[in-house]
Design a protein around this ligand. Structure first.
Ligand SMILES: [Zn+2]
Length: 367
């Protein structure tokens, strides 16, 4: 096809070539100017965070615990953390660069909430085996357990510390691990090595000693480690709903629960959610915390043999949305940690629940 420039007397003249090159350069620069604007407009209309904006969600690829297949002897899915992360990247569309990566917690920090004797005791494989509830680990060299078990725990604890700071800065944060609420000052227990929640609170107090924190512990088990470390510090109020017919039945720690809701085995969605509806908002309004640390254990799930409760997957999603909704309605910062719940369905339930929070409660991700 001919064009205006191919028509005599312009064809092949130098004026024609110069004009052609100007026009093609003009269109090229126009294209590169318009493209970013188009991308931003598209991301706004489609609801994706523009340019993969960072979200206060914390994950490390070493969160998962693997001891060369020995984890198969354990009733827990010790790889749920990576599965939740992959749900968020594969199904929700989050990009790897949108997550925060935690630093491992230092010994100096751990000594804020633990004794030196306890930390020294972790140099014995039998101590680690007892806390992890995997007897055969007693026979594994301690140096291996340090990297396979304690390294993920140190990172996850660092994740809760980082999450508490991010929650205060952003209004919310989620650590895709943490919630080791059975760890006490001088001992670990029930798969909990380091008291990440009391440590995160103490780290915040180094900057702001007056900060008030409410721990909302909705894992199926009583959060006796957190309670025994925090004790009756007036800057913290613990709201604990737990099955009082299962481990740990810690009567000494129970005295430190300010809002204490023991429930029975077999409790189902309607009664459980009603209990939260009746009491959580009232407790928050009474204590007026600056930060809520939400220990969102999923062992309340109906097929979790350890928790022995009968809450459906949908019930867990409603619970998480309710807790976040209570915090957001009052402009109180909230950090969620995953805590217990290691059935093979747990990771998917957590992934769906976080998806619901991001889309429908926090509204930081499009529908
Ligand atoms: Zn639990």
């Amino acid at each position: 096809m001919g064009s205006f420039f191919n028509v005599w007397p312009f064809a092949h003249s130098s004026i024609c070539r110069t004009l052609k090159s100007y026009i093609s350069r003009f269109y090229r620069s126009l294209f590169f100017m318009v493209l970013p604007v188009l991308m931003i407009l598209m991301s706004l209309f489609l609801g994706f965070p523009a340019m993969a904006e960072k979200l206060p969600i914390i994950f490390h690829k070493k969160y998962d615990i693997s001891f060369w297949g020995l984890e198969k002897f354990h009733p827990f899915d010790s790889k749920k953390y990576g599965k939740v992360y992959r749900y968020l990247t594969n199904h929700v569309g989050l990009q790897p660069e949108q997550f925060y990566t935690p630093a491992r917690v230092t010994n100096a920090d751990l000594l804020i909430v633990h004794t030196q004797d306890y930390l020294d005791s972790l140099n014995s494989s039998s101590t680690i085996a007892r806390i992890a509830e995997v007897g055969v680990l007693s026979w594994v060299p301690n140096s291996w357990l340090q990297s396979a078990v304690l390294e993920p725990m140190r990172l996850a604890t660092g994740g809760t510390v980082l999450g508490a700071q991010l929650a205060l800065e952003n209004g919310w944060a989620i650590n895709l691990a943490g919630g080791y609420h059975h760890a006490k000052r001088e001992s670990g227990d029930g798969f909990c090595f380091f008291a990440d929640i009391p440590l995160a609170i103490n780290k915040l107090w180094q900057q702001n000693p007056d900060l008030k924190v409410m721990v909302v512990d909705l894992d199926a088990h009583q959060g006796n480690g957190t309670e025994s470390i925090i004790q009756d510090d007036p800057r913290v109020a613990i709201f604990d709903v737990y099955n009082s017919f299962i481990y740990p039945q810690d009567m000494d720690a129970k005295q430190y629960i300010r809002f204490d809701y023991p429930v029975r085995s077999g409790i189902a969605d309607a009664q459980y959610l009603q209990l939260l509806d009746d009491h959580l908002a009232r407790a928050i309004d009474e204590f007026q915390p600056n930060l809520i640390i939400y220990n969102a254990g999923t062992d309340i799930f109906e097929h979790d043999k350890l928790g022995q409760m009968k809450i459906s997957a949908q019930g867990i999603i409603k619970r998480d949305a309710f807790v976040f909704g209570c915090a957001r309605a009052r402009s109180i910062s909230i950090l969620m940690v995953l805590s217990g719940g290691y059935t093979m369905q747990s990771a998917e339930i957590i992934g769906k629940s976080i998806e619901n929070l991001l889309k429908n409660v926090l509204k930081v991700v499009g529908q």
